[in-house]
Design a protein. Structure first.
Length: 273
């Protein structure tokens, strides 16, 4: 299958997003803000529609508009501290409304199914270059902000007292989430991208390890989900997004079952009885 250029491009992009998605997802999950990923994933549909309408690369337009919505969410979150989930609903409604209006009105002369469900057939070499650039920049920024993000996750007020510019780091992190979603939608699809951000980390958390081991296991599980999903979707001729989501859930269930069996066989469980 690797004699086809689209499979080569899809596989190389899969490697990049299998690292970036759990890296960003780790911070989102620990911040109890997983729904932000789902909101911005739907917001990226508006970016895709605008890009197709204006003949701009849909990945780039999705990144720009999703980044804008991410900054708006962070801005509003400071004014509605007790209603954070309401902000997500507002942004979700606005972005989906824009997307549906543009698509249904006929001004978008293209099929958006490949972005909704994911498609390995439409991935080009130019998409790979754009995804690579966004991935490298995102990984560089995360490496520079790693310790500050760690501090903010567990004690945001303490981070402020320590002199960390929490406000701007949250803005930057919102843009990183937007970049992660934008580079993933073409393969994974808008409807299930949030699962790719959260599920590998949810699976890794079941192993009850430290922060870094959990992150590494999350990357491993993400790689398994995406690569096996791409291969299986190719053979069954299905959209990769749905297959990847099913594999992600199946892997989570397998880890849960393994943990339950292992715990029952451990001496500590027998002692507890």
């Amino acid at each position: 299958m690797f004699q086809y250029s689209f499979m080569q491009n899809a596989f190389m992009i899969a490697i990049l997003i299998s690292v970036l998605c759990p890296l960003i997802g780790m911070f989102l999950v620990l911040k109890r803000y997983s729904m932000m990923g789902d909101t911005l994933a739907h917001a990226s549909l508006a970016g895709v529609a605008v890009g197709l309408m204006s003949h701009v690369n849909p990945i780039l337009s999705a990144f720009l508009l999703t980044s804008f919505f991410g900054v708006v969410i962070e801005r509003l979150r400071r004014h509605f501290k007790n209603y954070a989930e309401l902000i997500l609903v507002i942004i979700l409604s606005l972005s989906v409304g824009i997307a549906i209006t543009l698509i249904s009105s006929g001004v978008v002369h293209a099929n958006v199914d490949s972005f909704l469900f994911g498609s390995i057939l439409t991935v080009t070499r130019q998409d790979f270059y754009l995804v690579s650039a966004l991935s490298i920049i995102s990984l560089f920024i995360v490496s520079k902000l790693y310790h500050s993000l760690m501090f903010m996750i567990f004690d945001e007020e303490g981070a402020i007292i320590a002199g960390i510019n929490v406000k701007w780091i949250n803005y930057i992190f919102s843009i990183l989430v937007a970049a992660t979603i934008s580079i993933s939608i073409q393969i994974v699809g808008i409807l299930v991208i949030s699962s790719l951000i959260a599920l590998p980390i949810a699976t890794a958390l079941q192993l009850h390890r430290g922060f870094k081991p959990t992150l590494l296991y999350g990357v491993l599980f993400s790689f398994i989900d995406i690569v096996s999903g791409i291969f299986l979707s190719y053979w069954v001729n299905a959209a990769p997004g749905g297959v990847i989501a099913l594999i992600s859930v199946a892997l989570l269930l397998c880890v849960l079952i393994f943990q339950k069996i292992f715990y029952r066989r451990s001496p500590l469980w027998k002692l507890a009885k």
